[in-house]
Design a binder for this molecule. Sequence first.
Ligand SMILES: Nc1ncnc2c1ncn2[C@@H]1O[C@H](COP(=O)(O)OP(=O)(O)O)[C@@H](O)[C@H]1O
Ligand SMILES: [Mg+2]
Length: 391
Amino acid sequence: MKALLISNDERLQAELAAQGSARLPALQLSAGRRDLRDAVERVLPAPPELVLFDASEVEPPQAQLLESLARHYPDASFILLTRAPQHELLIRAMRVGMREVLPLPLVHRALHEALDRIEIERGVTAVREGKALAFMSCKGGSGATFLATNFGYALAALAGRKVLLLDLHGQFGDATLYVSDQKPAMTLSDICSQIGRLDAAFLESCLVHVAPGYGVLGAADDPTMAMQMKPDHIDAILRVARQHYDYVLLDVGRQIDALSLRALDQADAIYPVLQLALPDIRDGRRLLDIFRSLGYPAGRTRLIVNRYEKGGKLRLADLEQALGAEVLHTVPNDYLSATDSVNQGIPLLQLARHSPVARSLAELVEAVTERRLPESKGLFDRLFGRAEAEH
Ligand SMILES: Nc1ncnc2c1ncn2[C@@H]1O[C@H](COP(=O)(O)OP(=O)(O)O)[C@@H](O)[C@H]1O
Ligand SMILES: [Mg+2]
């Protein structure tokens, strides 16, 4: 989107430019005006899609220019930024249809949420046909949550995809904590209990935003609420999610119940995560037997072997034979990086971008998106090459 920024605060200008360029698609500050009068006197020949208006220093006589501004750009969306609430100005703004108001200093998350709402409303974010990918843990602690949450970050950060992760645990869901220090204000059960309100903007507003283009919906944290969630709710959420995200990742855990089954029925691919050890393989086998009895096509289920170390007694081929499923990917064992990332709630790619697990996640992005992107080399350079330059 192209935006006009009305502000004479240079720091704010730089901040908005940086936040805007980090978005996908980028928000371009294509023009600037000092204040409202300047904006009304020098109207842009090509109207902007968005007007960001810093209303901190508007004197009452100037406020009436707001109506002219709205008339000049009838098709634009507006975001008002203001240091102190100014009732008269806000009422005027509401009258001319300006709905988004953000307090200053700028809270980045609030800005991105407002921009997300505007993009969805304007159809900037085209309707997508997102893929739903389910991650299941064969044995507790296999690493399904760790891989799903970090893979989501990698898809958004490396491949520029718009990604949503749903934590489907009925109890003890921990996905948000793996990649964020924010506590979710709303969770899956909140959405289910207000399912009539569900649309893209509502869904987006319930997410913990981990990075531009990557949000996580926390698991139900109250078991009594979780009991009221229905399989039909999962259908509805997935339908909306697929339309607005390129990838919808499902952290299913190990539980097979009415809700997780509905999610698995809908999944385009199921990735059981397991380690190359007999207990994992035993449980993996049971899981795959269930999938077969449900009539899932064999190709839908592909294994991810976590904490893989070459040269062990069990070989990948043995695993594939025992489970009758193909191994999609292996992820190396890297205790220190994984533990650091999980403990701090910072995505592994951010914290240890040169680690073997980071590289493995980047490869998984290529495998899942089925593209060796032309910028792939650049991508690896960006991730790993810069390390050499820095040291
Ligand atoms: N590739 C890896 N190397 C080392 N440790 C890992 C790796 N993957 C996951 N872990 C660790 O395993 C622990 C359990 O992972 P988790 O994702 O919670 O398992 P699950 O969701 O399958 O129960 C995490 O604390 C994480 O630090
Ligand atoms: Mg888990």
